[in-house]
Design a protein. Structure first.
Length: 375
């Protein structure tokens, strides 16, 4: 247990989760190979600098890795209003049929009923458009409900795949409209996606899993480390800044998740054999702990994990380095201890670790025992 194990009783404010990050440490491109990124082993009080391909040596037979198998969709679309003004859509969720919920960026919000002419992929012209139907999830909701349409009647996933661009995070600098060259575009399409991505619906990657490749999986299989999958469709809200100094006033974004029965069974078997549940990424954490806390294997979750949280499932966490003053900084502080996390971040900055989605990773151990009432 870390020395700050009593920190849960402390009242934290937003400023507690701030730190100065040199801009040059924000990774703009991934490591040459997925497993070549660095891994900060933060399980003990003293951090150890490693390479991600060393991970099998840090796990043991009977452990269970839980991954988020969501797939990032080409959710960013461009177009223009009937007046000629430019518009940018970021599809947050496919609602069914031809309808989607989206963020929209325009100089002036168009009225309901407006049809935007959307830009088609090079060499295609199939009458691609988006008609504004209203707000979502209600009349005062933060997103806009659109009907996506083309003459062939393709569904929104097909239209995004054909005409959209991958929605890289705002801190990965690319020219407006995408990558600056074909090589960069190809790199983003390949590397801003896990090797096992399956269920389309995310607008941001579960970045801790970007470090895994098939060769590493083969090593883990040989070791007897098992794998299971959950789905959480990561929304753009993951980049939403916390604006209230009193973090309890922050309204967390909502995302859809699912914990399949096979994964529930794998977790039960892992516990029975004395193995450890290793969540790969904070999205896996939020999914597993939502299932355990609320008792639902699927649905929407707006779980907000801060210091003092009562853990039920996760024993170890593999995660990337997060933005200052973010909800994810609060989550990892709740998991491994606030003082310990801040010390690890100071070490990472001093040692030149690469931060955020294309950056390096860390391995953390939960600082408190789990609640025995977990499912």
């Amino acid at each position: 247990m870390h020395p700050d194990s009593g920190a849960a009783a402390r009242t934290f404010t937003l400023s507690d989760f701030d730190f100065e990050l040199p801009p040059q440490l924000i990774a703009q491109h991934p490591a040459p190979e997925r497993t070549a990124s660095r891994l900060l082993d933060g399980r003990a009080d003293a951090p150890v600098d490693r390479i991600f391909k060393e991970l099998p040596g840090l796990l043991r037979k009977g452990d269970l890795l839980v991954f988020n198998d969501t797939k990032v969709v080409n959710a960013r679309l461009w177009g223009e209003k009937p007046t000629g003004g430019k518009a940018e859509l970021l599809i947050e969720r496919v609602l069914g049929g031809e309808e989607v919920a989206a963020h929209v960026r325009v100089s002036k919000k168009p009225p309901v009923g407006t049809t935007l002419k959307l830009v088609c992929a090079a060499g295609r012209e199939d009458g691609f458009s988006a008609t504004l139907l209203g707000r979502w999830p209600n009349a005062d909701g933060p997103l806009f409900r659109f009907r996506l349409f083309n003459r062939a009647g393709d569904n929104p996933y097909t239209l995004m795949e054909r005409h959209g661009q991958i929605p890289l995070p705002p801190y990965i600098e690319r020219p407006q409209g995408g990558a600056s060259n074909p090589e960069e575009a190809a790199e983003d399409l390949l590397r801003y996606q896990t090797v096992f991505a399956k269920n389309p619906g995310a607008v941001a990657a579960p970045t801790a899993a970007l470090h895994f490749d098939e060769a590493l999986f083969a090593q883990l299989d040989a070791l007897g480390v098992e794998r299971a999958f959950v789905t959480l469709h990561v929304g753009a809200g993951t980049f939403q800044p916390v604006k209230t100094e009193n973090i309890a006033e922050h309204q967390m974004h909502s995302e859809w998740y699912e914990v399949p029965q096979a994964t529930q069974d794998a977790i039960a078997a892992c516990r029975a054999r004395g193995g450890r549940v290793v969540a790969v990424g904070t999205t896996s954490v939020r999914t597993l702990e939502s299932w355990a806390k609320f008792g639902s294997a699927s649905g929407d979750t707006a779980i907000f994990i801060t210091p003092g949280f009562e853990w039920r499932v996760v024993d170890l966490l593999i995660t990337n380095f997060h933005l200052p003053k973010s909800t994810l900084m609060m989550l990892v502080s709740a998991f491994a201890g606030y003082e310990h996390i801040m010390g690890l971040y100071r070490h990472a900055i001093a040692q030149g670790y690469r931060f955020f989605s294309y950056g390096d990773s860390m391995l953390l151990q939960r600082r408190t025992p789990p609640n025995t009432t977990a499912p």
